[in-house]
Design a protein around this ligand. Structure first.
Ligand code: NAP
Length: 306
């Protein structure tokens, strides 16, 4: 690790990353450290101190912060200058929108000077249900009076790791899809985390970053998998209404099929085909190529930066 000061802000600012045990939050912290931001001024929230122990060993302060417990958030955000807020996973009986409201209200009460939110690519033009909470949270931030920056993250390439693993098996030479040649900018969680750290360390970040790698289609994915496996792979087109069941037939978990279905209309309409260079500009290097990103996901599907 180089010892260069690789950031624009005053190193005395206290930076807090929520959900220190999440893949995204963990990677934001990893890159804050890589950029030599002092660990003593990095804080992360977790839901159990025991689970945060690994960060403590690196000199990072851990605090309890539960999105469902406003008091814990207010306590956690005391004396904090900047926050990276990982979007919640949400729960049926405690919606994501309410959890995000709790975080933003606590940040207001604690006079936080900047809140960076992990949003969703091209959020305002999204029509799918997953984007609703992100639209709501963006509005909360706009109206909060807080200084904010939205890291509109594209879809994680990691979430289609199941597809890659399936295609790597010798006997599997086809998959179902509904997207024809429409494109999406899949990115590694790791690189989205790196971009998040870069936003935190900027003196005056932009209000909105569209964070995406170069858009690719499932035909590109098929071609790359053919190159990697040395076999011919076919895509079988199925109507959107059938895609979740078809994915289930191949043995994929519910999440994969559901996301294919939820996102399909926007996908086909090019909503995720965003030619933004925000990600590369922030991280200062090209995003990992499709082939290398696939290799990384196959090698470490549950990668956590520790
Ligand atoms: N762009 C995409 O493709 C995409 C895909 C999936 C998800 N996402 C969004 O991105 C976020 C981060 O993704 P990820 O893969 O890094 O998530 P992840 O690794 O699954 O981690 C989820 C984190 O949420 C924490 N959490 C759950 N309930 C909480 C609560 N009530 N209060 C505080 N923390 C809570 C968990 O804490 P514990 O460790 O204590 O359980 C865990 O650290 C997700 O939450 C989701 O909103 C985006």
């Amino acid at each position: 690790m180089s010892e260069t000061k690789n950031y624009e802000i005053d190193s005395n600012l206290k930076i807090l990353v929520t959900c220190g045990n999440s893949n995204l939050g963990g990677n934001v912290i990893k890159y804050l450290l890589e950029k030599n931001y002092p660990p003593k001024n990095i804080i992360t929230t977790v839901r159990s101190l025991q689970k945060g122990e690994k960060w403590k060993e690196k000199g990072i302060e851990i605090r309890i912060g539960d999105y469902k417990d406003p008091e814990s958030l207010e306590k956690a955000f005391k004396g904090v200058d900047r926050i990276y807020m990982v979007s919640s996973v949400g729960e049926a009986n405690y919606p994501r929108s309410k959890q995000h409201l709790n975080v933003i209200e606590a940040a207001k009460k604690c006079n936080v000077k900047l809140i960076v939110y992990s949003g969703f690519l091209n959020c305002q033009n999204n029509t799918n249900v997953v984007a609703e909470d992100h639209k709501y949270t963006e509005k909360l931030l706009e109206e909060s009076g807080l200084n904010y920056s939205i890291a509109r993250n594209t879809s994680y390439i990691n979430t289609i790791g199941e597809l890659f693993k399936y295609l790597m098996k010798k006997e599997n030479n086809f998959f179902y899809n509904s997207y024809k040649d429409s494109k999406i900018g899949l990115a590694l969680i790791r690189e989205l985390g790196e971009a998040g750290a870069c936003i935190l360390l900027k003196k005056e970040p932009k209000k909105i970053y569209e964070l995406t790698a170069n858009p690719v289609s499932y035909i590109d994915i098929k071609n790359t998998m053919e190159k990697m496996t040395g076999k011919e792979i076919k895509i079988i087109d199925v109507p959107i209404e059938e895609i979740d069941n078809k994915c289930k037939e191949l043995g994929f978990g519910m999440y994969y099929g559901m996301m294919c279905k939820f996102m399909s209309t926007d996908y086909i309409n090019g909503i995720y085909d965003v030619p933004s260079k925000d990600m590369e500009d922030l991280i200062g290097h090209p995003c990992t190529s499709l082939e290398n990103a696939i290799k990384e996901v196959i090698e470490a599907p549950n990668y956590f930066p520790m």
